[in-house]
Design a protein around this ligand. Structure first.
Ligand code: PGA
Length: 270
């Protein structure tokens, strides 16, 4: 089921950077990435910096993403942000179900599902995160957890996934420096793709991009991107530093991936 999929690398800046610092970083990144066509690049600053970063990248190929949203369109939900509000700021993407939100804000698969549906309805592309904890992995429950999160998060979505991206982020690898080996990551990515095939058929499974996230750094990015079912990365810590992020993005350019063959040429981009 190997199909060409354009790699996509997103920077998840989490709760970091003032607006001014976010603008600086976006400007720095644009120097190298503004015209890059071979990899889709997405910056996900905090809500408060979305507008400023959006302004910096407006005439470039770099796209804007948010880190969360509410599933309702509007109303009495103090402190929340809707999909329409994100579209209003020219966001194209939104990270949903990140493990930090599942862990610290008790976000459930049911809520993630409601958010995924609301994002798709607003033509925002969800980056839906899934991943097991170290205990779950030790107990041999990795596939069970991933299956539950994917089936729960995508429940009731029947008309294809409209470009939805899945980010496999083992919780034990996030911010720990303890990255999954390329083989460990590939094994789960392949499992996810086969699951998508069962749920949505060959075309959707072949076209859906699955990012890896969890301590991706310039020195391990290339080997991860070289795996057949890894289609880019969701980068936390290393996305806060321009040089590191640019290097990671560049290691996702197809020609630079070891073993890349002309036969893998683009036929389906997303
Ligand atoms: P990390 O974070 O790269 O700092 O491990 C990844 C993420 O949380 O998306």
């Amino acid at each position: 089921m190997k199909r060409y999929r354009k790699n996509i690398v997103a920077g998840n800046w989490k709760m970091n950077k003032s607006t001014t610092d976010a603008e600086y970083l976006a400007n720095d990144l644009c120097r190298d990435l503004a015209e890059l066509r071979d990899v889709d690049v997405v910056l996900c600053p905090s809500f408060t910096s979305l507008q400023a970063v959006g302004k910096v990248i407006e005439n470039t190929l770099v796209r804007l993403g948010a880190q969360n949203m509410h599933w309702e369109n509007g109303g009495a939900f103090t402190g929340e942000i809707s999909a329409a509000m994100l579209r209003d700021l020219y966001c194209h993407y939104v990270i949903l179900g990140h493990s930090e939100r599942r862990q610290h804000c008790n976000e459930t698969d049911y809520e993630v599902n409601a958010k995924v549906k609301a994002a798709l309805a607003a033509t925002l592309i969800p980056i839906m995160c899934v991943g097991e904890t170290s205990e779950e992995r030790k107990e041999g429950k990795t596939e069970e957890i991933i299956k539950r999160q994917i089936e729960g998060g995508l429940d009731g979505i029947d008309d294809g996934l409209d470009g939805l991206i899945i980010a496999y982020e083992p919780v034990w690898a996030i911010g720990t420096g303890d990255t999954a080996t390329p083989e460990q990551a590939q094994e789960v990515h392949e499992f996810i793709r086969i699951l998508l095939q069962t749920l949505f058929g060959d075309d959707v499974a072949g076209a859906t991009r699955i990012q890896y996230g969890g301590s991706v750094k310039p020195d391990n990015a290339k080997a991860l991107m070289a795996q057949p079912d890894i289609d880019g990365g969701l980068i936390g810590g290393a996305s806060l530093e321009a040089r590191a992020f640019v290097e990671i993005v560049k290691s996702a350019i197809p020609e630079k991936i070891p073993d890349y063959k002309e036969d893998d040429a683009p036929s389906v981009s997303s």
